[in-house]
Design a protein around this ligand. Structure first.
Ligand code: ZN
Length: 219
């Protein structure tokens, strides 16, 4: 088996989590690629921010257009006529859930990686703060890892450095990696498309801010 253990591909959105993963990958691997996706999201500028962060990090950057995902399933991140759920509804997932997103992203990332002889994939999903998204859970990632290996007869390894840590610990990791300010000021997590500290009131901003406050208080 000819495995290149020096190279990794990060599924990269330019948000807090995947940016932290990008710098985590830079510490673990000699060469890092960042792959972003256009999936019909309302805030297309997130891909431009992702490009800028990747340039700053000195990693290879590429974008895949998978906008069909927004047309396949109904969700408030791609449908401008829908009002975004502020809370997780009882017994369901919030309408910010994009069905199949991580399945498509990671499958496409694996094919992209294979073309370049890369076997290490990195994603910023977390089971701890997963908002009820089933495709952020460890069981899904492990299952998909096996499926991708079987599908392409390869030995991919999907790394999930944030799987078991919460938002405060994700900020701690960014700080340890020396990129707390970069992550705080230049990434976009806000569902209303405002970079840095964001709009302050959408669910993504709340989670991000509460984590940051918790981390800064513990320092
Ligand atoms: Zn926001």
């Amino acid at each position: 088996m000819n495995m290149n253990n020096d190279v990794a591909l990060v599924v990269f959105s330019g948000g807090q989590d995947s940016t932290t993963c990008l710098f985590w990958a830079k510490r673990q691997f000699k060469k890092v690629y960042a792959l972003s996706f256009l999936y019909g999201q309302k805030h297309r500028q997130e891909v431009e921010l992702a490009r800028q962060i990747a340039a700053k990090a000195g990693v290879e950057f590429d974008v895949m257009d998978v906008s069909f995902i927004g047309r396949l399933g109904h969700n408030s991140l791609t449908d401008t006529s829908m009002v975004m759920d502020q809370e997780k509804p009882e017994g369901g997932v919030p309408n910010t859930f994009v069905p199949g997103r991580n399945l498509f992203f990671l499958s496409i990332a694996a094919v992209y990686a294979r073309e370049r002889g890369i076997h290490h994939l990195v994603t910023g999903v977390s089971q701890t703060d997963f908002s009820g998204y089933p495709d952020c859970r460890d069981a899904f990632i492990r299952s998909l890892n096996v499926t991708l290996n079987l599908a392409m007869d390869e030995q991919f390894v999907i790394h999930t450095p944030l799987m078991w840590i919460d938002k405060a610990e994700t900020w701690a990791l960014a700080d340890e990696l020396g990129v707390l300010d970069l992550v705080r000021n230049e990434t976009l997590t806000c569902y209303n498309g405002i970079p840095g500290d964001g709009c302050g009131h959408c669910p993504a901003c709340k989670l991000r801010r509460e984590g940051l406050e918790k981390y800064l208080a513990s320092k």
